[in-house]
Design a binder for this molecule. Structure first.
Ligand SMILES: [Fe+2]
Length: 236
């Protein structure tokens, strides 16, 4: 992605959020100069990976596989005085996939706040073909492996630790404004496999350029392939 593409995605996300009465912190609009002028705040945000995060997951095709995130709150794992939770805004376009991954540490709620429908599929990595039950707003929903759960605006789902999931906006229903509330967010060991669905090319470790940064943050995330699962990335 080019810098201009990233900026365009950020501008769209800000406008989309505003159109649904979501107002972001002031540093969502800060320029590089603003950050340089507030080094203390910039350091705080940088250390917690707060701010814009635009990724194509290494696909080279943002429209097909990509995600716009804005991290509003986050902590640093292992520090008792830090937040044990994180909160992120997501903008998911129609058919735009966030690929299968699971979290070793995090328990997350994914909430469809507004816009189109968010489609989420689940797999238990230990039993990839077996049915799975998730809770949507506390209501148990039984699903076949990879059967999409449709989250309409106002609905949410809790993703238990270790359960692999992927999501995308349902085609024909417009972009989705989603929120992700996360318990226990890791910072320095986030992992991601850019070739997660291509097991034949998997190796133990690699790096990827798949995390691309917005105006207001500079992320440096180690992207480490998952060495065990069936092509499912493991994110802390
Ligand atoms: Fe996730």
């Amino acid at each position: 992605m080019r810098r201009s593409d990233i900026n365009r995605q950020i501008e769209f996300a800000k406008g989309f959020a505003a159109s649904h009465a979501r107002v972001l912190p002031e540093w969502a609009d800060w320029s590089i100069g603003d950050y340089e002028g507030r080094a203390d705040v910039a350091s705080y945000l940088h250390e917690r990976h707060m701010g814009w995060d635009i990724t194509d997951f290494g696909s080279g095709d943002f429209a097909r596989r990509g995600l716009v995130l804005f991290c509003l709150r986050n902590g640093i794992q292992g520090r008792s005085h830090e937040r044990p939770y994180a909160e992120k805004m997501l903008v998911v376009n129609e058919g735009q996939e966030t690929p299968f991954h699971h979290h070793k540490v995090k328990l997350e709620d994914i909430i469809n706040c507004a816009g189109g429908n968010l489609m989420i599929e689940f797999i238990n990595p230990s039993h990839i073909d077996e049915p799975i039950t998730v809770r949507s707003d506390g209501i148990p929903i039984a699903l076949a492996a990879r059967e999409p759960l449709r989250l309409r605006p106002g609905q949410s789902v809790t993703v238990e630790r270790g359960i692999a999931h992927r999501f995308y906006g349902e085609p024909g229903h417009g972009p989705v404004l989603a929120w992700r509330s996360v318990k226990s967010m890791a910072i320095k060991t986030t992992t991601f496999s850019p070739t997660m669905l291509d097991a034949s090319r998997r190796s133990k470790k690699t790096r990827s350029r798949s995390v691309l940064c917005g105006t207001s943050c500079v992320l440096s995330v180690d992207l480490v392939m998952h060495s065990r699962s069936q092509g499912i990335a493991s994110w802390i």
